[in-house]
Design a protein around this ligand. Structure first.
Ligand code: 5GP
Ligand code: ZN
Length: 133
């Protein structure tokens, strides 16, 4: 059984921020910023792609609720939402989780996009490929 399943069923303790029948939010053991929280469905799904749309919508409802609770408790003005799906994306625990990352002045966290420029032709080819699905 995976570590987040064990947290969900109480086998492993966690600092719980929110819990209902189907979802759980708890502090990440490694606080990337203060208040760094993970939101999970209690049921095991490997990653975002494994979630049916309805469950994804329910998960995001909980993310919204928990983010507001954190914001009012910790008084931050900015935060990042993050999901790593797949090893290439940095997923290390294979039970879907959304990272809630409160942001503060000089908090040391860096999330960077080093963008690639595409020509109009490349954009059009890309769009055609995507929209053929
Ligand atoms: P990922 O890299 O898969 O997106 O994130 C996994 C996260 O789970 C990491 O930020 C890591 O610190 C956290 N984590 C791993 N094991 C535990 C644990 O046993 N308890 C808690 N609270 N967090 C954990
Ligand atoms: Zn699991």
């Amino acid at each position: 059984m995976c570590v987040f399943c064990k947290i969900a069923n109480g086998e492993i303790p966690a600092y719980k921020v929110y819990e209902d029948d189907d979802f759980l939010a708890f502090l990440d053991i490694s606080q990337a910023t203060i208040g760094h929280t993970l939101v999970i469905p209690k049921k095991h799904y490997e990653n975002f792609f494994a979630l049916e749309e309805e469950k994804a919508a329910d998960l995001m409802r909980v993310v919204s609720k928990v983010s507001k609770k954190l914001k009012s408790a910790l008084a931050f003005e900015a935060f990042n939402l993050l999901n790593n799906s797949g090893a290439l994306a940095g997923q290390t625990v294979n039970h879907i989780h959304i990272h809630l990352l409160p942001r503060y002045e000089n908090d040391g966290l860096r999330i960077e996009f080093s963008g690639k420029k595409l020509s109009e032709k490349e954009f059009k080819a890309l769009l055609e490929k995507i929209n053929s699905k």
